[in-house]
Design a protein around this ligand. Sequence first.
Ligand SMILES: Cc1cc2nc3c(=O)[nH]c(=O)nc-3n(C[C@H](O)[C@H](O)[C@H](O)COP(=O)(O)O)c2cc1C
Length: 167
Amino acid sequence: MKYAVVFESRTGNTAKLAEHIKSLISPENLVFFGKSSPDAAQADLIFVGTWTDKGTCCDEIAGFLKGLSGKQIFIFGTAGFGGLPEYFNVITSRIVKNIPSGNIIKGSYFCQGKMPQSVRTRYEAIEKTDPLKAKPMLENFDKALSHPDKNDIERLEKAVLPFLNNL
Ligand SMILES: Cc1cc2nc3c(=O)[nH]c(=O)nc-3n(C[C@H](O)[C@H](O)[C@H](O)COP(=O)(O)O)c2cc1C
């Protein structure tokens, strides 16, 4: 069984998950690790990671998924609004719409990921005119700051280990 890890990460959150998946795969079984590339197509199972962009995967990952054929796929990623597992399911269901039939979706894992300080500054501006609206946004921002954390990585490991037969 050959594996690839393909991911996009603007600020490092999703990269942290990708690095951990990489650490669980025997080097001789890992045929590709990095940004979307045709080289990943040598793998039987591809771990595909993305940050959340407007409620779905980023454009690069959408394009990559659309080109896959006959692969096993595990989707993973991070999202700024991570309070509810239901939200992760919504994101995942949108992402899988990019995957052509003939591929097999083995599983998925999402966790919260911190956002840049510029986002908090924007929320603080909203707070001045609409404090009620801003309150949950600021709370979510501050909650996200520590993610992905050790617990997130442990849960990721539990989610992917059943699909790695090199242990
Ligand atoms: C342009 C932009 C759009 C975003 N849209 C969403 C979104 O719709 N939902 C969400 O939960 N997070 C959203 N985020 C937050 C990121 O997905 C989140 O911080 C993620 O962990 C970043 O991952 P990365 O560090 O791997 O780039 C957005 C961030 C940016 C910059």
